[in-house]
Design a protein around this ligand. Structure first.
Ligand SMILES: C[S@@+](CC[C@H](N)C(=O)[O-])C[C@H]1O[C@@H](n2cnc3c(N)ncnc32)[C@H](O)[C@@H]1O
Length: 197
């Protein structure tokens, strides 16, 4: 979907995603010392950017939907924190010169080679020793999980970060989805946590 399509999806006053952070982001960042600069790539309405900001990180939130970023700013203001929002298409985004300590990507699913470009930029914009955290719909999700993109060509694994980072964790994890018509279901997510070499 292009930026106009995402703007349309985000246009209502309600949040499309929840206000609270994704549980794997919360768990993944809980053990890190919150003293640095973080970037949330494809931040959407900011649920995963606001949470680290509340925990002491200085956070940049990048997305190509201006409507989503306005909602992210509103969410941050409601929580009494600041986000620096950056309106940019990640496929052509140039990271700042000062490297980040942490890069997050959650549920961004682009076709190749755009996704490869973004993952490579994410690795490149983090300092040596910094953290990379990727959460997305797992390749097994269409068959065995729930929701998310059904096209296996936009799903991915940890291998793209291997040349740049030491992979600490790369696995398929279950996430309970309770608000479905058929009751509670389990979505399968890909979770990758890595340290930049
Ligand atoms: C499924 S949403 C996930 C939002 C957020 N990461 C979260 O988990 O709540 C995907 C997001 O990716 C953004 N996006 C998709 N393609 C993009 C691109 N090329 N550049 C920047 N943002 C993009 C969309 O605007 C949307 O906000």
């Amino acid at each position: 979907m292009d930026a106009a399509g995402w703007d349309e999806r985000y246009r209502g006053s309600e949040l499309v995603w929840k206000a609270g952070p994704n549980r794997f982001v919360e768990e993944g960042l809980a053990g890190l010392s919150p003293s640095g600069r973080a970037v949330d790539l494809a931040a959407g309405e900011g649920r995963n950017a606001v949470w680290p900001a509340e925990h002491g990180w200085e956070v940049d939130a990048v997305d190509f939907s201006a409507v989503a970023l306005r909602k992210a700013e509103r969410l941050a203001a409601e929580r009494g924190v600041r986000l620096r929002t950056v309106h940019a298409d990640l496929t052509v985004w140039t990271p700042p010169n000062t490297p980040y300590d942490l890069a997050l990507i959650t549920y961004l699913h682009l076709p190749w080679p755009e996704m490869a470009q973004v993952l490579s930029k994410a690795a490149g914009c983090v300092r040596s020793g910094g953290t990379l955290l990727l959460v997305g719909h797992d390749a097994a999700n269409p068959e065995q999980g729930h929701g998310g993109p059904q096209d296996a060509r936009v799903l991915y694994g940890a291998e793209l970060w291997r040349p740049h980072a030491d992979i600490l964790r790369a696995e398929t994890v279950g996430r309970a989805v309770t608000d479905t018509e058929g009751g509670s279901r389990t979505a399968l997510d890909a979770l990758v946590r890595a340290v930049r070499k």
